[in-house]
Design a protein around this ligand. Structure first.
Ligand SMILES: [Zn+2]
Length: 138
């Protein structure tokens, strides 16, 4: 199997994972919102950087960042196959994340980035504390 084919195949596989992964994490966060009575959020709002959730009244943009795709310092894995390809891709994602956050802050938005792993029971208290600090919980 040639390297090119492997990259294409893996890319297709990963885009499927990304598609479902993103949706899963968004649904998990939505469940947390519902469980704790958080209201006022919108999805797919036409805001720079396409936040996963927007709270217009608070001018708050919320992103749920997948640990693999956004280079989580705890869980980011480094695929051995096509290592350079993935390093570059994830570095680009990180650069884009930083640009989006900077731009939104410059436009007067608050930005909350939540790691995929924060949606697990282990990090539940920490997540709720962050939501509280962001003004989403009383
Ligand atoms: Zn993580």
């Amino acid at each position: 199997m040639s390297d090119i084919l492997t990259v294409v195949e893996r890319s297709a596989l990963m885009s499927r994972i990304r598609g479902s992964g993103n949706k899963d994490t968004e649904l998990k966060l939505m469940a947390v919102f519902r469980l704790h009575g958080v209201t006022g959020w919108r999805r797919k709002a036409p805001v720079f950087g396409k936040p996963d959730f927007v709270f217009p009244k608070l001018k708050l943009a919320v992103f749920v960042d997948g640990c693999f795709w956004h280079g989580c310092p705890i869980h980011a894995t480094q695929p051995k196959q096509n290592a350079e390809f993935w390093r570059t891709k994830i570095a680009r994602n990180l650069a884009r994340d930083r640009l989006v956050t900077r731009t939104l802050l410059a436009r007067g938005w608050h930005v909350l980035r939540i790691w995929e792993h924060e949606l697990t029971r282990k990090y539940e208290r920490r997540l709720l504390a962050r939501l509280r600090r962001a003004g989403l919980l009383v």
